[in-house]
Design a protein around this ligand. Structure first.
Ligand code: ZN
Ligand code: ZN
Length: 380
């Protein structure tokens, strides 16, 4: 049974595939197209690592004629993915190519019209490319195909869905207690392409701007989401499902297969590993994802079990298993260190819980971001 360790290219300088695999896993999921970040990388060549938006391989001709071209990382001509591909082939283990699709500050700043437009008409989420936009969709399909063409056993798609208000840029400030409902309303997209695809857009836009304005004008935080906004948010799921289907087809045409990574578990538990409320699967609509519908168009589905509590991990996995049905591969991603996990035993308990609840594989996030003693918690 495949168990994979996520790893970013910058963290693999001076490290070969065998060293990564020595941490108890049977495959590597490498960041082939990643986004801007500044990370503490405890055992890396650089102890604090700055990452850029873009692909770690030469783009080839797949983006010819498209409006959006992926930024190309400085190391692309050294072909770090090819080296890793050669090593993993030699070892007879899978290499998965992980790509961030619709989250790119570089593209959003260069082409503001392809980013999400809020209810007030502001283009203020430069990192969030809108999945309704035809240029964005063409870019996503080409990106999936391009990553697959690097000889990847599968392509793992991150951010192949709508973005939310809390992470539209990397230095965000608000001195207003918006409340969960107003914050959610401010994250909804009403760009011309969303308006064209979604009949309820006009009504929802009025409701969203009214709700957000009520708080911005000095009213109390808004915590009750009006039905009209929930309905609007849910009506976006076919946009994401059809995009996932298009990307899955393109990836399959290259002889690879798509794993759809659903970020909802991170939305709920990223900061403290203490998600509350119902299981993550019940909140996926907030990023425009219908897990059940997506499972009909992709062979494999990954979820982020960013939770301290093993019962919570089990609950989240079980809910996704129910939504996906029995035939879709379900990959549960765990964080072996802070803030989710405190010891080897704790991690082992969560692995068992995830498997029992219906996960086919357990993967780990991520090689370069955790200290070596934390990596050693991964059960062999
Ligand atoms: Zn980001
Ligand atoms: Zn839109």
């Amino acid at each position: 049974m495949d168990s994979s360790l996520y790893a970013l290219v910058e963290d693999l300088r001076g490290v070969d595939a065998a060293q990564v695999l020595s941490h108890g896993v049977s495959s590597i999921t490498v960041g082939a197209a990643y986004h801007r970040a500044r990370d503490v990388t405890p055992h890396g060549r650089t102890r604090v690592t700055f990452r850029q938006d873009g692909i770690h391989f030469p783009p080839g001709d797949l983006f010819d004629g498209l409006r959006l071209l992926p930024p190309v990382q400085r190391d692309a001509d050294q072909e770090p993915l090819k080296a890793l591909r050669d090593q993993t082939r030699e070892l007879g283990v899978p290499l998965h190519g992980w790509a961030v699709f619709l989250h790119s500050t570089t593209l959003g700043l260069a082409f503001p019209d392809v980013t999400q437009e809020n209810c007030f008409g502001d283009r203020a989420a430069p990192a969030d490319l809108c999945p309704s936009n035809p240029d964005v969709r063409a870019y996503a399909v080409a990106l999936g195909r391009a990553v697959a063409r690097q000889g990847m056993d599968s392509v793992v798609s991150e951010s192949l869905h709508f973005g939310m208000f809390g992470h539209g840029y990397h230095h965000e400030r608000s001195f207003v207690d918006l409340g969960s409902a107003a914050e959610f309303a401010l994250g909804l997209c009403f760009c011309p392409h969303c308006q064209a695809r979604l009949p309820g857009a006009e009504t929802a836009r009025t409701a969203a701007s009214r709700l957000a304005a009520s708080v911005l004008d000095g009213g109390p935080p808004a915590t009750e989401l009006p039905t009209v906004l929930e309905d609007y948010a849910r009506s976006r799921t076919p946009i994401v499902t059809s995009l996932a289907a298009d990307v899955a087809d393109a990836v399959a045409a290259e002889g690879s297969s798509l794993t759809f990574l659903d970020l909802t578990g991170a939305v709920k538990g990223y900061a403290d590993g203490r998600p509350t409320g119902g299981p993550a699967a019940d909140s996926a609509w907030q990023i425009g994802v219908d897990p059940s519908a997506v499972s009909d168009v992709v062979p494999s589905y990954a979820i982020l079990c960013y939770a301290h509590d093993e019962d919570r991990v089990a609950e989240d996995v079980a809910a996704y298993r129910t939504a996906l049905g029995p035939d879709t591969t379900l990959r549960a991603v765990l964080r072996p260190g802070v803030p989710d996990t405190t010891s080897s035993d704790h991690l082992a308990a969560k692995v068992t819980a995830a498997r029992k609840a219906g996960a086919n594989t357990v993967d780990y996030y991520s090689y370069g971001l955790v200290p070596l003693p934390v990596l050693s918690r991964i059960p062999h």
